[in-house]
Design a protein around this ligand. Structure first.
Ligand SMILES: *Cc1c(COP(=O)(O)O)cnc(C)c1O
Length: 494
């Protein structure tokens, strides 16, 4: 299977290892498989009795054909071990009335990014060998919270790779900061930047485009790479859990084999929901994909009227991982439905004016599979409280955005299919907002909110989150953004 660009028609295809190693196409587009492989009903039947790791190896091997099945199985076994994820890495639970929840937060950082960032470093490390790369890779990450910790945990002690994470002093929660400060591992470094997320991100972008720096690092046997969600290596592991959830629903007798379901995903960069769409294209019986947004509802408007317009106010919400105005992976949907020429045109319009409008026919094709709905802050709080009181189920702010959207979708569209809503974080990752939603009072502080929420609900704090409260803080350095180049160079060549 070759990988081609979303923007250029005759782009010479590359191997999946090369796509994972480089991240972005040379024409600025994103890598996509040249065709979507199929998943037949009899293959699905074979997967019913298999473990998550075996399901993962089977699905991945359809896309990553330059890896052997054994390599992929070994990567999956290392990534999704019981030690890291507990008994089932992605269990399905029920809310009643034909509503189910796919829980993706049982990994080491209690958020769904672990599902990809635990296995991608292993695929990346193998990719270096397959591409004949002898230099050390230095992964640079600017984070506003969840990605930084998940990337550190995934890349720690991976051979041939170093990782450096920058987070802004203003902009990550106390818990997120503690998670990063207490990170263990021999190949990593964490640094706080005085400023906001933009300062950290522009610093990293500046370093990526600094040719002189690239030469100096190259002379020292190092090259720079990134771990962000437009890398195909982060997308492909996310297809697996939709297939796995469908298998579990069949095995548990909740649905019949072949029965169509709807899926609702709390969306930011459009990576998670796009993985569900690929699963559908492969043949998994999914009818409608409900794209749930928070108050930053640029995708809701797009799916309502076909116009994408980022020229609007940006809101900081209780679901920060969805506070996004440019959803990068939407480009992959445009490409899949409309092809390279139109995608390149729309992406050019987006970068020039911040907006584009689909032709009626193009928009109709997207509407066949997607519905967009958004949930405001008030409704998010109300949903957390109601789902806890009525279903005895404790959900985080991002999941609440999706649960509310799923409920309204079923009402509005009179949809009678069963619906799988994706739960992307443990409630304890956003404990203070969850506590406030349940009690209408504030917890004593960000850290105190964890134990106060536990006392209130008797739901246990996930072990890795509890551990960061007492672990030594190994990374305490705070630097000015003008020092980023220097510290990267020092770390790279150390
Ligand atoms: C990253 C994230 C999302 C958004 O996922 P995308 O793939 O960017 O759409 C939703 N919820 C949580 C908790 C996240 O960390």
């Amino acid at each position: 299977m070759k990988f081609i660009s979303t923007r250029t028609k005759d782009f010479a295809g590359v191997s999946s290892a090369y796509a994972i190693k480089t991240g972005l196409c040379s024409d600025g587009g994103l890598f996509m498989p040249e065709e979507i492989p199929s998943l037949t009903e009899s293959e699905l039947v074979e997967l019913l009795a298999e473990s998550y790791e075996v399901r993962a190896a089977r699905i991945l091997s359809k896309f990553l054909t330059d890896y052997t099945h054994d390599e992929l199985l070994e990567c999956a076994r290392g990534a999704y071990s019981a030690e890291k994820f507990g008994e089932h890495p992605a269990p399905v639970s029920t809310l009643g009335d034909g509503m189910y929840m796919l829980e993706l937060w049982h990994g080491p950082t209690s958020a769904f990014k672990d599902m990809a960032l635990q296995i991608m470093p292993r695929l990346f490390s193998l990719a270096l060998g397959k591409c004949g790369e002898e230099r050390t890779a230095l992964i640079l990450v600017a984070t506003s919270g969840d990605t930084g910790k998940a990337a550190l945990e995934g890349y720690r002690d991976v051979p041939g790779v170093k990782i450096k994470v920058f987070y802004p002093t203003g902009g990550v929660s106390r818990v997120q900061k503690l998670q990063m400060q207490t990170q263990e591992g021999s190949n990593l470094s964490v640094e706080a930047i005085v400023g906001n997320f933009d300062d950290a991100q522009s610093g990293v972008k500046r370093i990526f485009s600094d040719e002189k720096m690239a030469e100096e690092l190259n002379a020292g046997g190092v090259f720079l790479s990134s771990a962000n969600s437009i890398n195909w290596g982060r997308l492909v592991p996310q297809i697996v859990y939709y297939v796995s959830a469908y298998c579990d629903l069949v095995s548990q007798g909740e649905i019949a084999l072949g029965e169509k379901i709807d899926v609702c995903v709390p969306t930011g960069n459009f990576g998670n929901i796009f993985a569900a769409y690929i699963a559908k294209l492969m043949g998994l019986p999914i009818e409608t994909l409900v794209c749930a947004s928070n108050k930053n509802n640029v995708l809701t408007d797009f799916l309502e009227c076909g116009k994408y317009d980022r020229n609007r106010e940006f809101y900081t919400t209780m679901s920060p991982s969805m506070d996004i105005l440019i959803s990068s992976n939407l480009e992959r949907l445009l490409y899949t439905v409309l092809g390279t020429e139109k995608t390149a045109r729309y992406m050019r319009e987006l970068s020039e004016s911040g907006a584009y409008t689909l032709d009626g026919e193009d928009f109709a094709k997207i509407r066949e599979s997607f519905v967009g709905l958004y949930t405001d802050e008030e409704e998010t709080r109300e949903t957390i409280k109601r789902i806890y009181n009525e279903k005895n189920c404790l959900i985080d702010t991002h999941t609440a955005v999706a649960v509310s959207a799923a409920e309204r979708y079923r009402d509005t569209y009179k949809a009678e299919r069963k619906i799988l809503t994706v739960s992307t974080a443990s409630a304890y990752k956003f404990a203070r907002d969850v506590y406030r939603s349940l009690t209408d009072t504030d917890a004593s502080g960000d850290i105190e909110a964890l134990s106060e929420l536990e006392a209130l609900t008797s739901v246990k704090i996930p072990t890795p989150l509890r551990a960061v409260l007492t672990k030594p803080r190994l990374h305490n350095s705070v630097i000015d953004k003008s020092e980023m180049e220097r510290v990267v160079k020092e770390f790279a060549l150390s």
